[in-house]
Design a protein around this ligand. Structure first.
Ligand code: AMP
Length: 300
């Protein structure tokens, strides 16, 4: 089944100890959509300005991503984010955020998108996440991600959004910030008590936890020797996770667990180069190979 993704489409300026890129393709919805496109058909809902390079649109289309829900705002400027990483790849420092065309974005969904069964609300203003969700008729599985910016700027709206979703994804620092709990087990339990059936806490190079009232699961991250640019790791994780599930015939515990590993594997490829460069080169058989290696590295 197809996956509806809403989130940011951005031009990112990023500096890491290994180099830098200026106004490169980025955005939560882009990383998530491209990662998910290895498993299922993706419908993207977002907005860009007229300044958004056409070559990026061509790349997304070539990945089979449906762009009927991507508005190109006349005279508008695309969302821009500027960030920096020091030696710790888990700590992104935001230098600048320019919402631009996202400030007043009220999308009209193509009619068939309203029937989406799988929805991923990638990191964006939680009011927009709720706005989209209200327009989907009977979704089967909805996941939502966020970031420190929205937790502090729009806490109330985010609280409202997560009540309506099945899965809430965050990284460890965001889970602590959102819940006020320093301990991640307590933080995950608190998130689940607020509404979502599942809380997923990503711990960067230290793996991920999945918590529900019924089962718990934890995985290490795939070992990556060359982490060049962590930007989009969380989004490609979520895209891989939701893309895999959208293609499963059953939402069983086993499939949730496998999806978590697929998410981790997609994120591991993404961090090996700047922007979308690594995911651009990726082939399905690379994913299968890394899945097998992951299994070998984590079983006794
Ligand atoms: P991640 O590294 O997975 O947490 O996400 C990085 C992506 O999030 C970048 O490509 C940015 O363009 C995007 N981003 C940064 N800040 C925001 C924000 N406030 N709202 C939406 N997307 C953002």
């Amino acid at each position: 089944m197809s996956l509806l993704v809403v989130g940011s489409v951005a031009l990112d300026t990023v500096k890491t100890p290994f180099g830098q890129v200026k106004e490169a393709l980025g955005g939560s919805a882009v990383y998530a959509s491209v990662a998910a496109s290895f498993f299922t058909k993706v419908n993207l809902v977002a907005v860009v300005g007229e300044d958004f390079p056409k070559e990026h649109l061509r790349f997304l289309s070539r990945r089979g991503i449906d762009l009927r829900g991507l508005e190109i705002k006349k005279g508008g400027a695309t969302f821009r984010w500027e960030g920096e990483y020091d030696k710790d790849p888990n700590q992104a420092k935001t230098l600048k955020t320019e919402l631009n065309v996202f400030q007043e974005f009220k999308p009209t969904l193509p009619k068939d998108y309203r029937k989406s069964k799988f929805v991923f609300l990638a990191n964006i203003d939680p009011d927009l996440q709720v706005y989209i969700l209200k327009r989907i008729q009977h979704p089967k599985l909805v996941a939502c991600d966020t970031m420190n910016h929205w937790i502090s700027a729009k806490r109330r709206a985010l609280q409202k959004a997560i009540k309506k979703v099945d899965i809430f994804l965050s990284n460890d620092a965001e889970a602590r910030q959102f819940t006020g709990e320093p301990n991640l087990i307590k933080a995950a339990n608190k998130i689940v008590s607020w509404g979502p059936r599942l809380a997923i806490i990503k711990k960067g190079e230290h793996g991920a936890l999945l918590f529900s009232r019924i089962f718990k699961f934890l995985i290490p991250a795939f070992m990556v020797e060359n982490c060049v640019d962590p930007t989009g790791a969380g989004d490609s994780f979520a895209g891989g996770f939701m893309g895999y599930l959208a293609n499963c015939s059953r939402l069983s515990q086993t499939n949730f667990k496998k999806a978590l590993v697929y998410g981790s594997v997609l994120a591991s490829f993404n961090v090996e180069d700047f922007s979308l460069s690594s995911l651009r080169r990726l082939k399905k058989h690379d994913i299968a190979k890394r899945m097998k290696l992951f299994q070998r590295l984590t079983s006794i």
